[in-house]
Write a protein that binds this ligand. Structure first.
Ligand code: SAM
Length: 291
């Protein structure tokens, strides 16, 4: 019987056959447990009508399962050495298309138009290379792609930061950057033993469901994100002190306190206690005042 790629024996066979060696610099940790993959696909909400984009197929462990469960799959892989392998391991799936490209350089909009029909729901599913998790997710979200969800395996701590609630240790500017575009949920914790080689960090699966529109009104997005970052720049400092350092060329401490009081936010609070709504209020009022 043929086994899935995502098994220890099949994976070892493939690696030996092609004399493949892992490149740590490309975040290559392959999954060797098909049950984990089926769970991820299930959580992602993939069905036989779905179009799926995968980032970093590796030797095809997740790609194969996506080929089985989805209508069609488009996968971006940066490592040229994997292409002869993927042609072999995925030979029986005619609904999978592979693109040799760095995802950070790719025109994903154009690829979606080429590969999926307008009435198809499109999802992104990946076991991401951990060294560029945040740049990849930031790119995918800022480009406002026509996708329904993004379900990714990433480092556990990063997943927790992206899905965090106010007044928790994990809550920060990354939380706001992600939750401005999506609702974020940690859907699974994944043990190290399902990877080959095993990573040094713990992993979790994060599901991002894209919002139709942002949850708050923001007058200027880049101003908003800069202000959020400023409020978290020294976590132990008060909001007033962080804002005073950030805005020192424009306002003094008293003016900042007054402006905060006017919108009903106590300057003695810490940035980590502000909700997205409060950050929006704060950024909008300073933005208007500066015009
Ligand atoms: N999907 C496979 C699995 O689950 O077994 C492999 C996942 S492995 C964690 C990450 C994959 O992303 C590797 O195959 C790596 O070569 C690829 N990769 C790394 N950087 C990339 C980039 N910038 N663009 C596209 N793929 C990349």
């Amino acid at each position: 019987t043929t086994k899935y790629i995502a098994t220890p024996t099949r994976t070892k066979e493939i690696l030996t056959k092609y004399k493949f060696f892992f490149k740590k610099s490309l975040g290559q940790n392959f999954i060797i447990d098909a049950n984990v993959l089926e769970n991820i696909i299930d959580r992602a909400g993939i069905d036989k009508q779905s179009g799926v984009i995968e980032i970093g197929p590796g030797i095809g462990a997740l790609t194969e399962q996506l080929g089985i469960h989805a209508k069609n799959v488009l996968a971006f892989e940066i490592d040229q050495r994997l292409f002869p392998i993927l042609e072999d391991t995925l030979v029986q799936y005619d609904n999978i298309k592979l693109i040799h490209q760095d995802i950070l350089q790719a025109d994903v909009h154009a690829s979606i138009e080429d590969s999926f029909s307008p009435d198809q729901d499109v999802h992104i599913v990946a076991n991401l290379p951990y060294y560029i998790t945040t740049p990849i997710l930031t790119k995918l979200l800022q480009e406002k792609l026509p996708v329904d969800s993004i379900t990714v395996m990433i480092q556990k701590e990063v997943a927790e930061r992206m899905a965090a609630k106010p007044s928790t240790k994990s809550y920060g500017s990354l939380t706001i950057a992600i939750q401005y575009y999506t609702t974020a949920q940690v859907v699974m914790h994944v043990p190290k033993r399902v990877f080959m080689p095993q990573p040094n960090v713990d992993s979790a699966v994060l599901k991002l469901t894209l919002r139709d529109e942002p949850p708050v009104y923001v007058a200027d997005e880049s101003y908003f994100f800069s202000m959020v970052q400023a409020c978290f720049s020294q976590r132990r400092k008060t909001l007033r002190n962080n804002l005073t350092s950030y805005l020192k060329n424009a306002y003094d401490k008293e003016t900042i306190s007054t402006m905060l009081a006017e919108i009903g936010i106590d300057g003695m609070r810490r940035g980590e206690s502000l909700t997205m709504d409060e950050f929006a209020k704060l950024a909008n009022s300073f933005y208007q005042a500066g015009r």
